[in-house]
Design a protein. Sequence first.
Lengths: 334, 207
Amino acid sequence: MKDIYVLGIESSCDETSVSIVKNGTEEIATVISSQIDIHKDFGGVVPEIASRHHVKNITIVLEECLNKANMKIEDVDAIAITYGPGLIGSLLIGLEAAKTLAFIYNKPLIPVHHIAGHIYANSLVKEMEFPLLAVVVSGGHTELIEMTDHYKFNKLGGTLDDAIGECYDKVARVMDLEYPGGPKLDKLALKGKVTYKLPIPLKDDSYNFSFSGLKSAVINLAHNEEQRGNELRKEDLAASFQKVAVESITLKVRKAILDKGIKNVIIAGGVAANNILRKAMKDLTDELNVKLSIPPIKYCTDNATMIAAAGYYAYLDGRRADYYLNSASSAKLN
Amino acid sequence: MRILYIDTSSNYLYTAIVENNKVLCEVKKEFGHQLSEMALPEIVSMYENNSIDVKSINKIIVVNGPGSFTGIRIGITIAKIYAWSLNIPITTITSLEAMMISSKSKSFYVPVIDARRGYCFGAIYNDKKEQILKPQHIKIVDLEQKLKDTKDYIVITNDDINIEGKKESYNPDIAKIVEYFQDKESINPHAVNPDYLKLTEAEESKL
C-alpha cells in the first residue's frame, strides 16, 4: 500500500504546531511554538494575545516543519486541522491556514477534533487495540470515551464543570505556584503526605466527573487554616489534593472497565504526564488485568503530531471538509 | 501584472483580482460573524467562476488593520499563507488608506472606524493624499481637536460615529486602491502581520 503523509496543524490554545506523520504512526517532523512564557505573566492564557501570536507564528512554524521533514506541501497527501474545541480566535488561525493550503495545493482537508487528536497520540507509540477506553485528562477536558474501532467514539461521561487540569492549575494558584501550576503541584506532592481530608467529588454511579467542588474545598481549607493561624503545609495539601483528584478518575475508570468489558485503556491529554495518575492507572489496570498505554509526555501536551495521526485515520474513514469548515469552540466528538 | 486584494478588517469581505488596473472579478459582501467561515470559500468561488489559476497571481495586497481584530487575522492569515507557500510578493496597506484612496472628494480625508467607548481608529490625509496624522487609536474628541483648523475635510466612515464634519460612506474602489499601492515595496510573508493599533485589554491593564 502507498504511504500516506498527513500534515497536521494545531492552534486550539496557546501552542502553534505543525507536524507531518506517515501512515498515522510515524512522526516525520514536528514543530511546536509555545506561548507559555507570554501567558505566564497573566496567570493564564489570554485568548486575544494567543490569537495574535498564532498569526505571527503560523508560516514560520510551517516552514520549519517542512524544512525539518525535507518535504514540500506538494508531497503530503492531506491536511489535517483541529477545528475544535478550543479558543475560537486561536482555532481560526490554524483553520484559515489549513483551508488556504488545501485550496492552493488541491489537497483533501481533514477536520480533526482536538480530543480525537489526544486519543490518537497513542497510535504514535503502538497500534491501538479495540475495544478500548480512552481516559482524556487535560486543561480543557476530562472525559471517558469508549472506542470499538478506529474513529468510532462513544462518550461515556465527562466533567460537569471544570476540567481536571484546570482544577490543578487553580488549586496550584492557591498554593502560590506559578502558572501553569499543575505540573509543579505534582512535583510538590511527591514531598508531602496525605494529611488533609478532602471529599471525593461525584462518588456516584455515573461516568461523570466534577472538579469545581474539590477546588472550592481546597480554597476553603486554605482559608480556614489561615484564619486559625495554622501554617499551610503545601506539600501535604498537594499530596492530599492529588490523592482525591486521581481517585475520582480511577473510580470511574474502574467502573467503565468492568461495565463495558474493556481490555485496553489509553490515557490522553496533558494531565497524562501526572506521576500519581500514571501510577494509579497502572495499579488499577494491573489489578484488573487490562492493558494500559500512556503516550510519552511530548505527545501528551498540545501538538500537531497527534492531529496528523488522528487525521490519517479520519482520512481512511473518509472524512473530508470543504472550504466552509468553521472553528467550533465547543465541538462534539463524533 | 495580476494582483489579489484582500480586506477582511470589517464585517465585509472585500476581495478582488485586478489585472492591469482592471478588476477581473470582485466580491463585496457583508458577513459579520460568518466571515471566518465564508472568506476562503468566497475567494475560491471567485477563482473558479472566472477560471483563474491560483498560481497566476503576481502580487498580493492585504489590509492589515485597523478594524475587527478577528477579521484582520482572517485576511492576513489567508494572504500570508498564500504568499509564503507560492513565493508571491506581498504588501500590506491600512484600512484607513483604502478608505482615503476610494473617496471621490478633493479635500482633506479623515477615514474613521468606530472603536467604542468614545474612541475610534482614525487618520488624517491632506488633499494630496499625504499623511498628516498617522493611523491611530484616538479619542473622537481629540481627533476633532486636531481638525479644528482644517476647513475642508471629509469624514469617511461606515460606522455610526458622532464626529464633527461632512460625512461620506465607504465603498472600496478596489481598482483605484490597487493602482495606488501596486508598486509599494513587498515584504517577507513571515513579517506580514496585523497592525491592531491597540494593545489587548490584558496588556493595557498591566501598564
